[in-house]
Design a protein around this ligand. Structure first.
Ligand SMILES: [Zn+2]
Length: 464
């Protein structure tokens, strides 16, 4: 039975993806000269990559008294614990095991003691799979204080990874990987965490020589990055790395823009910063392209758990600077939403519409400026899928119309409506279009229909 509980606990870790590789937003600049100003739109694609491989079964020794136990009569409270485990309710099994703690007769008292780490792990993993490390963490720590099992180490590594906490997480990564040296996905995660803390050589060592296409690509990127000799600066909510060839003044400029935008988003939309710093990387255009092969040549920025932005070679004009400001603000919005929703892929019209709406500054945000040939309003299906999968014409339209949809939302429900929508986003809330819009009492069908009609009538949607 001990083994059965362990196997059931492992199943819980394996049934469905519990940790996604970060989605990637590829941003592409489309500069439209409208009214003499520079209008920016971009292509973006939240690409959800494959989830972590399920945990492999590790043989565990059967407990000595197991045979005895199977033949001794099962007390009713033990029966109850087993029943909860059998239906996957580890939380209930754990509660019962703790509350009835002193009442289990021998040899069951010993048996239940041996189960506790697994019950803690099972209860924690249910939370982890909902993206809720906050509630999983105390369970994992209670469990590991009793005995460090492979499920508990893995859970702690995952949750510390999400917190970007290397100091506490490293030991669990090492302990888990010592027992599961072939877990390529976990090596990649550990490598990511090491990179976030500037340990590039260790990050590279973790994925070097691993025969897996993803690991090979990561190793190549890390070794190219090592050659670049980036400058790293961590202050406040942002960790900014930039290539030595980029003017220091731009790093300062970026920091100022990001700090201001963070305050603004927090005040206007309740989007508070995560507990860990947001990583920002600034590259010269050429290096950006070689380091981010998924980003098109004209990419203006990407967000893939780090904000990555290419910059033209000096001189950096005033116009470049203003564009840079908007890109920083745009990618920051993606970062805040991603952190809040556990990096899940939200409908593209929402992600891109909000990022454009929030990052817009100045005159150009007043009314919606139609292009000379704005085209039909795209289907709901197209507006929801990854924009990178669209033709460049459709993608450009999808961007414009995503922005239009959010402008319509604000026109109908006010900025307060948008604020409520963003404030309600969480790691474990539903992210269907209707669920996202629920706080405004507007359905997706209604918002879409209103926007489509207004688009056909070329309504500029005022200055909200
Ligand atoms: Zn975007």
């Amino acid at each position: 039975m001990q083994k059965i509980i362990q196997i059931l606990t492992r199943k819980i870790m394996a049934v469905q993806p519990y940790l996604r590789e970060p989605k990637i937003y590829v941003s592409v600049v489309v500069i439209l000269l409208l009214g003499g100003g520079v209008w920016k739109a971009e292509l973006s694609s939240p690409v959800e990559l494959k989830a972590l491989a399920p945990h492999s079964e590790t043989p565990t020794p059967a407990p000595a008294p197991a045979h005895e136990l199977e033949v001794s009569p099962v007390p009713s409270n033990i029966y109850e614990v087993k029943k909860w485990v059998a239906v996957g309710n580890y939380g209930a099994a754990l509660d019962l095991a703790i509350s009835e703690g002193s009442t289990f007769p021998p040899p069951w008292d010993e048996w239940i003691k041996n189960q506790l780490p697994h019950l803690y792990a099972g209860a924690a993993w249910i939370k982890i799979k909902l993206g809720n490390c906050q509630e999983a963490m105390p369970l994992l720590l209670e469990g590991v204080a009793l005995k460090e099992t492979v499920e508990l180490s893995k859970g702690l590594a995952v949750c510390y990874f999400k917190e970007k906490n290397l100091i506490d997480g490293e030991a669990y990564f090492l302990s888990y990987l010592a027992r599961n040296p072939d877990d390529v996905e976990f090596k990649r995660l550990f490598s990511e965490l090491l990179q976030s803390h500037g340990r590039y050589k260790d990050a590279l060592a973790m994925v070097e020589g691993v025969s897996d296409p993803g690991a090979e690509q990561r190793a190549q990127e890390l070794s190219r990055r090592l050659d670049l000799e980036m400058v790293h600066e961590h202050e406040g909510a942002f960790k900014i790395s930039y290539e030595a060839g980029i003017e220091t003044d731009l790093d300062l400029f970026a920091r100022e823009v990001l700090d201001d935008a963070l305050n603004e988003y927090s005040q206007n939309y309740g989007l508070t910063p995560p507990d860990h710093p947001i990583e920002v990387e600034l590259y010269l255009s050429n290096d950006f392209s070689s380091l981010n092969p998924k980003a098109p040549q004209w990419a203006e920025g990407i967000y893939d758990s780090r904000m990555k932005i290419p910059l033209p070679k000096p001189p950096f004009t005033a116009e470049h600077r203003e564009l840079f400001r908007v890109v920083l603000r745009h990618e920051l919005l993606h970062a805040l939403v991603a952190e809040r929703t556990d990096h899940r892929r939200l409908p593209s019209w929402f992600e891109e519409g909000v990022a454009q709406y929030a990052s817009c500054i100045g005159q150009r945000c007043q009314g919606f400026q139609f292009e000379p040939t704005p085209g039909q309003f795209l289907s709901e299906d197209i507006l929801s899928k990854e924009f990178i999968s669209l033709s460049s014409l459709d993608a450009r339209r999808a961007y414009r119309q995503s922005y239009y949809l959010i402008k319509m939302l604000v026109k109908t429900k006010g900025i307060e409506g948008l604020r409520q929508v963003l404030a309600k986003l969480a790691k474990d809330t539903s992210i269907t279009p209707d669920a996202i819009l629920a706080p405004t009492a507007l359905t997706w069908a209604e918002l879409y229909a209103q926007s489509k009609e207004a688009w056909a009538a070329r309504q500029v949607l005022g200055s909200e």
